[in-house]
Design a protein around this ligand. Structure first.
Ligand SMILES: [Zn+2]
Length: 86
């Protein structure tokens, strides 16, 4: 199955063609495991003292940035597009 996501300009693009070089904080979605998006471009829906919540642009899941809960919503990517090890 091919996953797709929407770019800033509304165009659909596929993961292999995602250009992360323009992204401030490229991350890979751990909900659908295929979406890649810029963490600085997400639309934050709620801000709390210890976390923010947003909808993933790839699979429309409501996620937060509480990475220590063991259900991290994303993993950071390095400049080669590979998962960064924490
Ligand atoms: Zn996703």
């Amino acid at each position: 199955m091919r996953q797709f996501m929407y770019g800033d300009d509304g165009d659909i693009f596929y993961r292999r063609s995602v250009d992360i070089s323009e992204m401030m904080i490229p991350v890979r979605c751990l909900r659908c495991h295929d979406g890649i998006y810029d963490l600085t471009k997400v639309e934050v829906t709620a801000r709390y003292i210890d976390c923010s919540m947003w909808k993933t642009p790839c699979c429309d899941q409501l996620v937060d940035d509480l990475i220590w809960t063991g259900r991290a919503a994303y993993v950071n990517l390095d400049r080669n597009g590979h998962d960064e090890r924490r």
